[in-house]
Design a protein around this ligand. Structure first.
Ligand SMILES: [Fe+2]
Length: 200
């Protein structure tokens, strides 16, 4: 499988971003998520992961967010949870293989289940959207430490655990399993607001 380069992925963001502001918000976030995943990948016990695939997954995972802006540049927060599936559709139309498309539709929270969608009446086709491969799990995990919500900010592992608790204890358990698998990122030196250098 040919994995797109960061430059190709940046061009794809530029193609779908409705405004320069949306591009900056989403693409910068994707770069930050890759910076976090790249740092975690330096751990020797993760050397078996495909780093190039993780990089592409991080840089592509939120491309569907662009589809949720209206003509006035406002984001549809009520349907934000659809951005994963919308991203998958974009990448499928671009001819990307399923293993790349899945990064979009399988990174939300710590894994969305059929039960989550039905019980919370979420605006998604009921199904399991769970990260399956180690690369998918790492992209999903690294995404939890930075938020695009204004103001964009880094979240510590404990802050994310406290946030996700509102969705049920089983979500905290799933997050703690990811922490055990991938370790805690070192976010020291990263400036709240996403302005820190992405790479150390
Ligand atoms: Fe994200």
């Amino acid at each position: 499988m040919r994995i797109p380069s960061p430059e190709e992925i940046r061009a794809l963001h530029e193609k779908y971003a409705p405004t320069a502001e949306a591009f900056t918000l989403v693409h910068t976030h994707c770069e930050i998520v890759w910076g976090i995943a790249e740092q975690l990948l330096t751990s020797p016990h993760l050397s078996h992961l495909d780093a190039e695939l993780v990089r592409a997954g991080c840089l592509l995972h939120d491309i569907g967010v662009y589809r949720l802006y209206d003509d006035d540049g406002r984001l549809d927060h009520a349907n934000y949870i659809q951005h994963g599936l919308l991203g998958q559709e974009i990448l499928e139309r671009e001819g990307f293989p399923e293993s790349l498309c899945r990064f979009c539709s399988h990174h939300t929270g710590v894994g969305l289940t059929h039960h989550d969608i039905v019980s919370q009446n979420l605006p998604l086709p009921p199904a399991d959207y769970l990260a399956v491969t180690a690369e998918e799990r790492l992209v999903m995990y690294a995404d939890k430490f930075h938020t695009k919500s204004r103001p964009s900010a880094y979240l510590s592992p404990d802050e994310y655990a406290a946030y996700v608790r509102r969705f049920g204890e089983e979500k905290v358990t799933a997050f703690e399993a990811l922490r055990t698998e991938f370790g805690d990122p070192d976010l020291a030196g990263r400036v709240p607001g996403g302005c820190a250098p992405v790479l150390p």
